[in-house]
Design a protein around this ligand. Structure first.
Ligand code: NAG
Length: 311
């Protein structure tokens, strides 16, 4: 345990999700399918929104930004996890591990800010329709994603700064399939109680805080919609899509960072949700119930197949 004469850890070993061949095969098939579907679905949204001038409005720009982030979310941990599934010795270099933490927090933090911006956008559209276009001007629309990225990056840099100088000198096995802070910190050969508290306070408070802000905003919007009851069903279907995405995204996160009794096996399978399932579900939830989005996607598909106009 003394930091002076111990060998320095240069790589970490993942225990992975399972050692049973049947489960590995099942996970391999499911993860590959969901990963491919996430990538295709989110690419389709980004390109449809960019290509179709009917969708050049703040709501769709924000949605395209969310899809762009989801491409990142599903590519940070999932490809390596899939590649590792059948390997006996699943390793990741120290740098790779820090990179995963950096991207997970940068993209996750950005996504939280963006989800709040999307809630604000719906609030304006539903509760302040007359002021909507003046407030969500093109300038504001460009500032929102930029702000989200800056805040996400700041959050991530702070998190990485906590761990990058920790001494790792002995144990290097992570009961997980990707690197993240709560587990990595436990491997450091130094006293880390204070650090664990910082991480829980930082990531935990941010997730719980943004989740509460989002829940309160959506309740507020729902109540407003209810009182005026005009366009109720359309508003409800849009809002329920947003609320579903928010719950799916934050549920597992809040569990990792704030649940005081670590149970890595449950953690691991919940992590699969955020790693693969949520990025896959976002396009499904937002698009399948939205006529304009579906029309734009079909148009794009026809154009890709070489038709000038929809047949
Ligand atoms: C993100 O939003 C901005 C404006 O709100 C838009 O110009 C940009 O194209 C969007 N990014 C993507 C990847 O769609």
């Amino acid at each position: 345990m003394d930091g002076g004469n111990c060998s320095v850890v240069s790589e970490f070993v993942f225990l992975g999700l399972s050692n049973l061949w049947g489960i590995q095969l099942l996970l391999f098939l499911l993860s590959s399918v969901f990963y491919m579907a996430s990538v295709m679905g989110n690419l389709l949204i980004v390109f449809s929104v960019t290509a179709d001038s009917n969708l050049h409005s703040p709501m769709y720009f924000l949605l395209a930004n969310l899809s762009f982030l989801d491409l990142g979310v599903c590519s940070v941990a999932a490809p390596k996890m899939i590649y590792d599934l059948f390997r006996k010795h699943k390793t990741i270099s120290f740098g790779g591990c820090i990179a995963q933490i950096f991207f997970i927090h940068a993209i996750g933090g950005t996504e939280m800010v963006l989800l709040m911006a999307m809630a604000f956008d719906r609030y304006l559209a539903i509760c302040r329709p007359l002021h909507y276009l003046t407030i969500m001007s093109p300038r504001v629309c460009a500032i929102i994603p930029a702000t989200a990225w800056i805040l996400g990056l700041i959050h991530s840099v702070v998190q990485v700064a906590f761990v990058v100088h920790l001494p790792f000198c002995g144990p290097n096995v992570l009961n997980s399939f990707y690197c993240d802070l709560p587990q990595l910190i436990k491997l450091a050969c130094t006293e880390t109680n204070g650090l664990e508290f910082m991480v829980t306070a930082n990531s935990g408070l941010i997730s719980v805080g943004s989740f509460l802000v989002l829940v309160v905003s959506y309740i507020f919007i729902l109540v407003t919609v209810w009182k005026h009851s005009a366009g109720l069903s359309k508003a409800l279907s849009t809002l329920s899509a947003h609320v579903t995405v928010v719950v799916l995204f934050f549920g597992p996160l809040i569990f990792f960072y704030t649940w005081p009794f670590p149970s890595s096996n449950l953690d691991k399978f919940l992590a699969l949700f955020d790693a693969i399932l949520t990025p896959f579900l976002n396009p499904v939830i937002y698009s399948l119930r939205n006529k304009e989005m579906k029309a734009a996607m079909w148009k794009l598909c026809y154009q890709l197949l070489g038709y000038r106009k929809m047949p």
